[in-house]
Structure formats: C-alpha cells, structure tokens
Design a protein around this ligand. Sequence first.
Ligand SMILES: Nc1ncnc2c1ncn2[C@@H]1O[C@H](COP(=O)(O)OP(=O)(O)OP(=O)(O)O)[C@@H](O)[C@H]1O
Ligand SMILES: [Mg+2]
Length: 393
Amino acid sequence: MAGYLDRIGAGKILVDSEPLSFDWLPNELVGRDDALGEIASMFMGIESPNFSGRAIVIGPVGSGKTAIVRRFSDDLTKHLVDTRRILPVHINCRNHPTTSQVLQRIAQHLDHRHPERGFSPGEIIQSIRRNLQNSGRHMLLVLDEVSVLLQREGDNLLYQLLRIDEGREETGTLSLILVSQEPMVHLFEAAVKSRFGQSNRIKLNPYKEEGLRAIVEQRTSAACRKGSVRDDAKSRIAGFAAETGDARLAIELLESAIRRAEKKGENEVSPEHVEPSSTRGAGIEPDMVDSLNNHQKMCLLALCRRLRREESVTSGDAERLYHVVCEEFEQESRGHTSFWGYIKRLEEIGFILAETSNTPKGRGRTTLIRAANILPATVEKRLEKDLNRTSIV
Ligand SMILES: Nc1ncnc2c1ncn2[C@@H]1O[C@H](COP(=O)(O)OP(=O)(O)OP(=O)(O)O)[C@@H](O)[C@H]1O
Ligand SMILES: [Mg+2]
C-alpha cells in the first residue's frame, strides 16, 4: 500500500468538503432574516397570475447578495408550487455580459434551444413571453452583477424586459431582481431609478464579527467532524474576516485552516492553523497595491475579477478583461506590449503567477495566470475603491 496516500480519506477533521465551496447554498442563511423578509415584502401579491415584482439588491463584496437572492428564488418557487409555476433564472452578467448572451441563457432555461439568429432583442423577448404564457409559467429573473452589462451595453435590455407586457392583455410574465456591488450603484442609478421605486431596494451591510462567526459555525458543522474546529480558531477566523466583512473570506480562511491542520496530521483546527498570510490568506500589504500605477491597478483588477471565481485565466482573456476595466474607468487602454509589462510587474511583486502551458485543445501554447499571495475578492474591493477615487479627482 502506498503510504503517501494514507491521509487521503482519513478525514480526521473534514467529513464533507462540499459546504466549503462557494456554490454551496445553506437551507437557512445565518442572520439575514430581515433582508429575506424585505425581499419577500416586495413580492407580496406574486401568488396572483398578473403580478410582476421588481427588486434591487446592493451591497459590498461577500455580503451575501447572491446567496440571499438564490435562497429567495428557491424558497419562493417551492412555496408557490401549488399556486403559481415560478421559473427561477439566475444569470451572472459578469459571465454573460451582453444582451444577446443574457437572452441566450434565458432561452436555454426555457426549452434548451438557442434563440434563432437574425432576430432583434425585442423579438426574442416577445418569443420568450409567448413561451412563458403558453406554458403557464412566471419567470423570476435575477441579473446578478448587472453593472457589468450596463457598462457594456447600457440599459436597453432592462428597459425592454420591464416593458415585456406592455400593450398585451395578459400581464405578469416576468419578475426582475437586479444585484450589484455597492461601488457600482451610481452606474445604473439613473438607468433604473424611474422604473424601480426607491422602496424596492435593499442595501446589505458588510457582516460584523458575530455574523461571520455564525457563518463559520454553520460551515464547520456541515463540513467537519463534531468538535474538530476549536472555538478560539473560529473566533480568529471571524476576527480576520471582520476587517472587510466578507463572508467569502471567512469561508476561505476556514478551508485553508482545515487543510493546514489535516496536512500536519492533526485532529483539530486550532488558532495557529488560521493564517491570513498564506497563499489563500489576506497576506497582502495594503501599500503594495497602492504603489502600483493606474494601468497596473486596472490590470490587476481585471485579473482579480476572474480569479475570484476561477483557478486561472488565460493571458488573452486577461488582456480583454483589462480593456473592459479601462473602459469602465474611462481611461484609454494601453497596447499589448504595455499590458505584458504590467503582468511582469505584478508577477515580480508576487501578486500573481504566470506560467506557459499547452492549450487543452489543439496546438499552441498559452500563458495561464493564477493568484499567488492575494485573495482576489479582497484586492478587487480595494482596487475598485481606489480607482473610483482617482477617477473622480
Ligand atoms: N447569511 C449567510 N449565511 C450563510 N452563508 C452565507 C451568508 N451570506 C453569505 N454566505 C456565503 O458567503 C459566500 C459569499 O456570499 P455571496 O456570494 O452571496 O456574496 P455576494 O454579496 O454575492 O458577493 P459578490 O459581490 O462578490 O458577488 C457564499 O459562499 C455564501 O454562500
Ligand atoms: Mg454575488
């Protein structure tokens, strides 16, 4: 028997890693009953056939926007199962940033077919409407990170979606929830203000230490052997994460502490396993970001936005994302050679790792970029704040 495999499956601490993944949605969210209640109150009447609801959810990174909206969609769909057929559709506009991509995603949810080519968005929306009416369903559409779409293409899609039933006999085809990070709100304020009343808006605050502690507690009980994570370790995690109020950071810190303890062959996670300065920790000195020039910052921001969700990004994608960020901050993007200069600089400082590898399909080689000593979500937040400040001056 290969001894080096002994630890695999030994699971002294971890029983199930699933609850530590970002996609894991607990049945009960911790400490967000008020926010859920507020959303529910905006959808009062949704059990009747002609009702359409609207809501905007804003808040900082990791404040639970996506989790809350997903929880609400699932709970509502189940709650109304005998009353009204709800079709929840959650689209992240960061991954689908154009009108046609969003419409394509919606069409896929409806009947797994792509919208036919050559039709205008208005025509596709009407065919979506017919499909929903014919099948007796009401779509609860969530456009998450909607500011990415608004920045690229303006508010035309929102406008058309909100008018989907205009001039028609049957109404109540679609409810819409928009989700956005707080620093981006000014971007779509004007676009949607008149169509979403002030009262249809929920603002989430960053989590405080005790809220984060409760989230860590919940993940620990779902993922770990009972009693295998010490209380003082949980408190230390909550304390570190409270600096930003980001629940995602708390979960990341818990996960890396568990891995560290298991790697050492220990039976429990203690405070010394909780390290914010590891590769997955918040080990970045703030002034290291501040010392970058604006284009290096925009380049790093582009990388963080992708690396927050994915293990790596190709250099080609990174360059395209950099152009999008430049547009967002209304700065002219620099050419390919300068872009490579920024990547090299970020690598020198130790923010990222860039390695060349063979492309998975076909010939050729590509450079893959990964995060090194940073937590992308945390750095992203910091850079956004910083760039917003400099673009105002
Ligand atoms: N109240 C809560 N109870 C349990 N888990 C939570 C809670 N709030 C957030 N989480 C978890 O924390 C992580 C981050 O939350 P979420 O993705 O909803 O943040 P967000 O506000 O959408 O962040 P971003 O702006 O980066 O998209 C997720 O794994 C989520 O499940
Ligand atoms: Mg989110």
